[in-house]
Design a protein around this ligand. Sequence first.
Ligand SMILES: Nc1ncnc2c1ncn2[C@@H]1O[C@H](COP(=O)(O)OP(=O)(O)O)[C@@H](O)[C@H]1O
Ligand SMILES: C=C(OP(=O)(O)O)C(=O)O
Ligand SMILES: [K+]
Ligand SMILES: [Mg+2]
Length: 527
Amino acid sequence: MQSSHLLLEEPIRMASILEPSKASFFPAMTKIVGTLGPRSRSVEVLSGCLTAGMSVARFDFSWHDPEYHQETLENLKAAVKLTKKLCAVMLDTVGPELQVVNKSEKAISLEADATVILTPDEGHEASSNLLPINFDGLSKAVKKGDTIFIGQYLFTGSETTSVWLEVSEVQGNDVVCVIKNTATLTGALFTLHASQIRIELPTLSDKDKEVISSWGVKNKIDFLSLSYTRHAEDVRHAREFLSKQGDLYQTQIFAKIENIEGLNHFDEILQEADGIILSRGNLGIDLPPEKVFLFQKAALYKCNVAGKPAVVTRVVDSMTDNLRPTRAEATDVANAVLDGSDAILLGAETLRGLYPVETISTVGKICAEAEKVFNQDLYFKKTVKYVGEPMTHLESIASSAVRAAIKVKASVIICFTSSGRAARLIAKYRPTMPVLSVVIPRLKTNQLKWSFSGAFEARQSLIVRCLFPMLADPRHPAESTSATNESVLKVALDYGKASGVVKPHDRVVVCQKVGDASVVKIIELED
Ligand SMILES: Nc1ncnc2c1ncn2[C@@H]1O[C@H](COP(=O)(O)OP(=O)(O)O)[C@@H](O)[C@H]1O
Ligand SMILES: C=C(OP(=O)(O)O)C(=O)O
Ligand SMILES: [K+]
Ligand SMILES: [Mg+2]
């Protein structure tokens, strides 16, 4: 793969752009998170999504009830069995999200320049003149001239399915707005974003807590996507809550940065969170358009050097209704990869779009092309310099493994890991080849029962760029002796061969512990 590496910093022979890319065993090293909903919940479509490259399924509790999501999840499990592709589960909270409830589900037409009233009285029917909302504090939070967006997943105000409003007056608990674009809202529920306004509601709502402790615990969620994270304290609070929910002390928290407040506290939030979601849907309308790219580049840089996975959202909105993305969207996906993102999150495209499978496949192909021109050399040097000296032993081993793999043109790096830490550190250095992270289960006890660790760690690497997990047989003891190491390595190599990533005479770099010493070894395969 790296043999045909082009460098964007040097002139590229134009005709080479047209050369088709070699097929590889996986769609891309950048991961794809798909939001599941009406258009992506049958075993058939879900199998298509997995085969096309989705490795994390997001269940957004802003929409539908736990029973609905459970049905989808059961179908996902069936699809995982059928396709033999792993998939992690992400629960996305509602948080302090404002919603317009349209009980009758009648389409609501809104005309540009007309007025519409937002009222906290949910007893009212939604209409062209009146939109009931789930929050009684909006009139106290906004003032004349403020901007409000309403839509169903998409709300740029440029589609005819979402609307952009300007506050003209506050009347008691009601907010009177001028409609800026003609739109038709359809569906039972729309979300509302008031630009640059603090909404005095907790980040983890009571409903979220209830859903986490029932649906979340039952399904051992791998990731909590914490909507509207505004402070590091929000993450600490969610962590504290998870720690008391059965197995969920192992759940990773991905903080969604969706507004100015989250942006202002980004550094502290990054320290507390396991990963970051750059929620460009909401943040994109909180920020002036000319600043959006700067946030993206700055945030991805910070996540990369911290070695924490970063997820970029809202990339191919137009694919919700079309088979091809716009040029701007296609370029945007590639740029997210070049900027360093680990994963791309699809929202409306997979949830209610007409082409969920094609969208995943198109985005995967764009990511794979961008990975080929990612300047790994420059990135590596930058990262080493940022870390400084002395490096921790483990980081030094991890970065050396990546460097060795590139120098000997290895086809794959195999990393033994229990906590997942070593594999994440290797991914931090963005190798140009896939990393098979062989997760060795550890026997653990909570004084009530004995169980094996490893399943969470393996699935959690499904959101990290370059990592492809494999859970070793629990009969392999976690204490590494050379005999067990050799047998696990053989299993990993067999797996690599079976999936086509390792071929005869390839070189493979292995990162493991032998006795007390962490070692990087280069092996040359025979046949
Ligand atoms: N069961 C194992 N057998 C061999 N080497 C291992 C094993 N588990 C981890 N390693 C190696 O030990 C080092 C520390 O890895 P890490 O994932 O941080 O492990 P831990 O879970 O023990 O913290 C890495 O070099 C890793 O490849
Ligand atoms: C992904 C986002 O949020 P949600 O889909 O939960 O509204 C976003 O704002 O980009
Ligand atoms: K949500
Ligand atoms: Mg959002």
